[in-house]
Design a protein. Structure first.
Length: 228
């Protein structure tokens, strides 16, 4: 049937990068073993990185789901509290480290994420790869993981029950305080720059505990666990 008002042609699907910056605004890449030389050769400093520890809740960009991270990830920090990659130049919509951008950035095609999906969980770079040769520092990172890993935190939160069982509250608060104290000590006594701590120990537990519906309040040195 002919009409005076034919259906307009379907818009062409995008099949090249138009530098819209959307992918860079949605969060920096996770690092893989192939990216290690970018750190070793000084193109990306660890102060620009942070660690997502195993069990931390993350937004999986490939599956578009929020889920516990099945393994550790090292990622590029966002600008302030946003997800926008710290190396994204917003005005020009360019990457400040374009020639040395990590693997995920090089292979991502937003119109066809299959190539990224194929390597997304392969060969992830970990803190152990980068730090195991540094005696003392790696021991500290391992001890931190033993004391306040997400499996322990979640266990203590699961044990709370409706009445905020005392031992479980104490355990959750102790982990948050331990995490705070380690960060404070590596800076004040260890001489570490404060912007290194999210790489060494992951994001602060006092923030990420909110992902599980709880917060720790400090009133004049008295710590309490609250629902948020
Ligand atoms: S490293 Fe560059 S390409 Fe990759 S997300 Fe950041 S700004 Fe974008």
């Amino acid at each position: 049937m002919e009409t005076d008002n034919p259906t307009p042609p379907a818009p062409k699907l995008k099949n090249i990068c138009i530098r819209c910056g959307t992918c860079c605004a949605k969060g920096g890449p996770a690092f893989h073993l192939e990216d290690r030389s970018l750190i070793d050769d000084g193109f990306i400093h660890t102060r620009h990185l942070y660690t997502i520890r195993k069990g931390e809740m993350v937004h999986d960009n490939v599956r578009s789901l929020v889920m516990p991270s099945s393994e550790e990830m090292i990622k590029i920090k966002g600008v302030e509290d946003s997800w926008q990659c710290t190396f994204f130049e917003e005005e020009e919509k360019t990457c400040k480290i374009y020639k040395h951008r990590p693997l995920e950035c090089r292979i991502l095609k937003c119109w066809d994420p299959s190539e990224l999906a194929a390597i997304y969980e392969e060969n992830r770079l970990t803190r152990q790869e980068l730090l195991a040769g540094i005696a003392g520092l790696w021991d500290l990172v391992e001890e931190h993981e033993r004391q306040c890993n997400y499996a322990k935190l979640k266990q203590s939160l699961n044990d709370l029950g409706g009445s905020f069982e005392r031992a479980a509250v104490k355990a959750a608060i102790s982990m948050v305080r331990y995490d705070q104290e380690v960060r404070r000590l590596v800076v004040s006594r260890g001489g570490m720059e404060s912007d290194m701590t999210d790489f060494l120990f992951g994001r602060p537990l006092e923030k990420t505990i909110g992902q599980f519906g709880y917060g720790v309040r400090n009133r004049d040195g008295n710590f309490s666990l609250v629902r948020v």
